[in-house]
Design a protein around this ligand. Structure first.
Ligand SMILES: [Fe+2]
Length: 455
């Protein structure tokens, strides 16, 4: 990813505003932001960073007049050539809130071509001076957010940031890294890669610690491991979508949190935003984290030939892997009411429900009754038996996937009856949760799975 620039010279940043002379020292850590995007933290010289020269951009931390005022700004201008300064001078001047004429007020962002830099664009932003800005956390958040928004509007797919405001502007590293990573996570799926290219060991270490401590991020490891023996395979009908949440990185396959196909608040009033957010970001993420950790331990145990450890890990893998499988299906089973959630199934699945249960109402009553009666935590399912094409209602305990009840069973609908799925809104009245959830059930998805599995 570091390469020669367009003029052919390899820029050692030695002597350039304190940058590391190393352009790629191997200190790169990759974290999963979403199934399709990653966050990378690395040491290096941002002026030689690039990916493809056409959809990539670096962020320049400039001053309000954008004239190359030292630090990262000066280094970037030196590498880009005088054309960049000329382009900056052409950026229209505006008055900031203090009526001072500037080109880029604090927290805002501007874009120019990159000229002799190896990337396609430079996004210029102005970070806050920590001890004089009235709300430095808001200004820093805006600097990251506006840079990413502007990049997205210009079809940038790969973007690299320095540590905004962490030089002369004295922003505390730890807090700055928390804001930087938090804003990057707002742009799940908008970029293929978001990089933080940090010029010192200290900045690199702080950014890495913050990312490692963030439960919403998964460090992508480098070892080889097969999932085949981890738990019973999910049904073929779910393979495609679940597969999208499995990330192949180098030679390791690990699980990653899939995006929801709707906003957290989109299922209100049936399921509150708070429940959806915690359920997705905390609970589902926890299963994934534990599952991935267990896979690493399994890998080590297999390598050592430690049979006891291999056996002991099976229950952890089954529980947490099951949690990932089940929740991945569950998010697909829900749909906002204004997008068709709750609309009854028609044609083939509708007829099959009438044949097997008498009516849709009878099926719902049966699932509600079995879900309410399930002791402890678990799931209630509408299952299709592929061997005879019959429908049935099943329950599973804890995080056992439906397939543990029968290898030929395919889940059309799975309803989570763990307290974490409803307690914040429905308290201990699980039956009310079950009664209401049908308003946001995605029958279209269930019908598609049914049609595919019975074709
Ligand atoms: Fe859950």
């Amino acid at each position: 990813m570091f390469r020669r620039n367009r003029t052919g010279d390899v820029r050692s940043a030695m002597g350039m505003a304190g940058f590391s002379a190393s352009s790629s020292d191997g200190s790169v850590r990759t974290f999963q932001l979403s199934p399709s995007s990653v966050l990378k933290i690395q040491k290096g010289d941002i002026t030689v960073w690039s990916v493809d020269g056409s959809t990539d951009a670096i962020v320049n931390t400039t001053s309000k007049l954008m004239l190359g005022d030292g630090g990262v700004d000066e280094a970037i201008h030196r590498a880009a050539g005088p054309e960049l300064l000329e382009a900056c001078r052409k950026v229209p001047k505006v008055q900031n809130f203090s009526r001072i004429t500037v080109r880029c007020p604090t927290g805002e962002a501007r874009i120019t071509p990159a000229f002799r830099l190896p990337v396609s664009h430079v996004i210029h932003t102005v970070g806050p001076i920590y001890y004089s800005d009235e709300h430095p956390e808001i200004s820093l958040t805006n600097a990251y957010r506006n840079s990413l928004t502007l990049a997205k509007e210009n079809n940038v797919q790969y973007i690299a940031f320095p540590a905004i405001s962490c030089g002369l502007y004295r922003y505390p590293f730890k807090e700055a890294s928390r804001i930087a990573i938090s804003v990057a996570k707002e742009f799940l799926g908008s970029f293929k890669e978001i990089h933080f290219v940090l010029f010192s060991d200290k900045l690199y270490g702080v950014w890495l610690n913050t990312a490692n401590a963030d439960t919403g991020l998964q460090l992508l490891a480098k070892k080889t491991l097969s999932l085949s023996s981890s738990f019973a395979p999910v049904s073929a009908s779910r393979d495609r979508w679940l597969g999208a949440s499995l990330c192949h990185v180098q030679t390791l396959t690990i699980a990653a949190l899939p995006d929801l196909p709707y906003d957290y608040g989109a299922l209100e009033p049936t399921i509150s935003r708070e429940i959806m957010k915690i359920h997705h970001q905390k609970h589902h993420q926890m299963y994934i984290t534990n599952y991935n950790n267990a896979l690493e331990q399994l890998d080590a145990a297999i390598a050592k030939g430690d049979v006891s450890a291999v056996v002991q890990l099976q229950s952890t893998i089954k529980f947490n892997g099951g949690g990932h499988v089940n929740h991945t299906i569950f998010w697909q089973n829900l749909k906002p009411t204004n997008e068709g959630g709750g609309e009854p199934p028609h044609s083939t699945l509708g007829w099959a429900i009438d044949t097997n249960f008498g009516s849709l109402e009878a099926l719902i009553q049966k699932m509600n009754a079995e879900g309410a009666a399930l002791q402890g935590s678990g799931w209630v399912w509408l299952a299709l038996d592929k061997s005879n094409k019959k429908l049935s209602v099943e329950t599973t305990a804890n995080q056992d996937p439906l397939v543990t009840k029968g290898a030929t069973l395919v889940p059309l609908l799975g309803i989570d009856v763990w307290e974490h799925a409803y307690y914040l809104q429905y308290k201990n009245v699980r039956s009310d949760y079950l009664k209401n959830i049908w308003k946001v059930i995605n029958w279209k998805y269930a019908s598609e799975v049914y049609d595919k599995e019975t074709a």
